[in-house]
Design a binder for this molecule. Sequence first.
Ligand SMILES: [Zn+2]
Length: 109
Amino acid sequence: MSAFGFHPVQKPKHKRNKPTAKQRGLISKDVYAAAMERSGGRCERCGKAGELQCAHLLRRWQIEGETMVNDVAMLCGPSVNSGTCHHYVDYTKEGKQWGYDFRERLYGR
Ligand SMILES: [Zn+2]
């Protein structure tokens, strides 16, 4: 037959173009800096100055592509302490809703 009869074995293709939830949730230095600047060094929910943490306003798996500055807020923390805004947003239903609303406002500007 012809030379075209030879088919080298193809390696299986791993289609993994989509970043993982973890990768999507990464907050870059630039995003962090922009969020910090926007916050003016104060918690973006209660206005308290102090220990601020960059909190996701969406669950990581809901983020499309990479985390942008409008997907995060500088909130007082630490998130493990109840009573802080980071805890509120991460662990309470109302806080989760607040995060969505805040994000909508950021994108609406
Ligand atoms: Zn706060």
